[in-house]
Design a binder for this molecule. Structure first.
Ligand code: NDP
Length: 445
């Protein structure tokens, strides 16, 4: 049995039922095989075994009172996965599907993503099985306050800095920050990122993940003598990442024809009118199907998966994990898709990813392509520490430089280890090496 197979088997035995975590570990470790062959010290020091075991996992009760006066109980999580290169950093996800396996897969991915940004941030992730859909602002606030009443003792500006993810946007970050400040009796602005602009937030943070995805995709296409102009693009999701990916893709001349939420997708052959999507999703918090009331020439289809049967040049899955399965990958390739940019975390199953690579598509892997969000969070932390605010243009320029550097690091690693053009493996390797070297220097911890 190879080293990688051995570690994988142990991960499955020690973390039973956590299938998303197994999937994430498998995807990373497989691309590390050539690195481990050249660096036996990583194996001899048990570094790989340590890497797949979180430094700390916290699970807690989150009781709160709903608008009817009934007590509700949810479960809260924070997985502090790896702090070799900096304080734990990663978002909070509020979604009914959340359980330990989801938070662990996200935390594990975050280690390599954060390393790729070139900034000093370790990997962590958290969240709850709380479902914010259909809840009043008062219920959201009471939930967030209860959640923070436990979480605050585990985090800190130099310890662990959470941010948003699915179901956690500016409103939730505001409530979480307010409660933290109250409990600590101190204004520690750098404790959370994704804050509102009036109280320590950074310009471009809201747009950063989506914009960063497009900056990375653009770099990748240009390195292969292609570009975004006039390309037909399909985007899954209609949340934070999807909306700002759409905005930047349109700015670079692409035509985005479809977006979705978990209930269905819209198809607008003349191009999505993003202002309408923003109004529906960011302001009214309604379903995407409302779009056709504003634009009757567009189509709405129930069921989200049909989006992958549409003809496009570029697919940008920006909704959630395991969105594109092998069957969808086959449909996309048959319809002439030439590039995939992962905005969501682990949006393609491992066999779908392998199929894309086999067929010669350009694949921008999530760890690299969606790292713009966390990178800008780190820029928010820097501004908080320095007690100043950079302009939109300054932050956007730094984001562009970071995405370019991440592409170059992934591209160079793919070449160095004999897998030129496989940016999936390249990103894993480049992200891993920095963390591994830091762990080696710090002894067996
Ligand atoms: P949001 O909550 O803003 O939006 C999520 C979108 O995806 C919504 O349109 C939602 O639809 C849809 N969605 C969620 N679950 C499903 C599902 N099971 N099937 C179909 N559609 C679904 O989240 P974000 O945009 O912030 O996050 C999207 C992805 O990007 C996640 O994988 C996240 O981890 C990743 N990411 C986010 C970053 C950020 O800065 N926000 C940074 C890096 C990665 P509905 O409203 O119907 O549920």
């Amino acid at each position: 049995m190879s080293v990688v197979e051995n570690v994988l088997q142990k991960v499955k035995e020690r973390n039973p039922g956590e299938v998303e975590f197994h999937q994430a570990v498998e995807e990373v470790l497989q691309s590390l095989e050539p690195v481990l062959e050249q660096h036996p010290e990583f194996v001899e020091t048990g570094l790989v075994d340590r890497l797949v075991e979180p430094e700390r996992q916290i699970m807690f009760r989150v009781p709160w009172v709903d608008d009817e006066g009934k007590v509700q109980v949810n479960r809260g999580f924070r997985v502090q996965f790896n702090s070799a290169i900096g304080p734990y950093k990663g978002g909070l996800r509020f979604h009914p599907s959340v359980y330990l396996g989801i938070i662990k897969f996200l935390g594990f991915e975050q280690i390599f993503k954060n390393s790729l940004t070139g900034l000093p941030i370790g990997g962590g992730k958290g969240g709850s099985d709380f479902n914010p859909k259909g809840k009043s602002d008062g219920e959201i606030m009471r939930f967030c306050q209860s959640f923070m009443s436990e979480l605050y003792r585990h985090i800190g500006q130099d310890v662990d800095v959470p941010a948003g993810d699915i179901g956690v946007g500016a409103r939730e970050i505001g409530f979480l920050f307010g409660q933290y400040k109250r409990l600590r009796n101190a204004y520690e602005a750098g404790i959370l990122t994704g804050k509102g602009l009036k109280y320590g937030g950074s310009l471009v943070r809201k747009e950063a993940t989506g914009y960063g995805l497009i900056y990375f995709t653009k770099e990748m296409l240009e390195a292969n003598n292609k570009n975004l102009k006039d390309k037909t693009v399909v985007i899954s999701g209609a949340g934070n990442v999807a909306i700002y990916a759409c905005e930047k893709a349109q700015e670079f001349g692409a035509k985005v024809v479809a977006m979705c939420d978990s209930k269905g997708y819209i198809y607008d052959k003349d191009g999505i009118k993003l202002d309408t999507v923003k109004q529906i999703k960011e302001v009214e918090r309604k379903r995407i199907k409302e779009y056709v009331n504003h634009h009757p020439e567009a189509e709405y289809h129930e069921g989200q998966k049909g989006i992958w049967s549409l003809k496009c040049d570029i697919a940008l899955p920006c909704a959630t994990q395991n969105d594109i399965h092998l069957e969808h990958a086959k449909q996309l390739v048959e319809n002439g898709c030439m590039a995939v940019g992962e905005g969501a975390n682990m949006p393609c199953t491992n066999d779908a990813l392998e199929f894309f690579l086999e067929k010669g598509l350009y694949v921008a892997p999530a760890k690299a392509a969606n790292a713009g969000g966390v990178a800008t969070s780190a820029l928010e932390m820097s501004q908080n520490s320095m007690r100043l605010s950079w302009t939109f243009e300054e932050v956007d320029q730094k984001l562009q430089d970071i995405m370019k550097n991440i592409f170059n690091a992934s591209n160079n690693a793919s070449k160095k280890y004999g897998m030129e053009g496989n940016y999936v493996a390249g990103a894993n390797i480049a992200g891993f090496l920095k963390v591994a070297e830091a762990m080696m220097a710090q002894g067996v911890i």
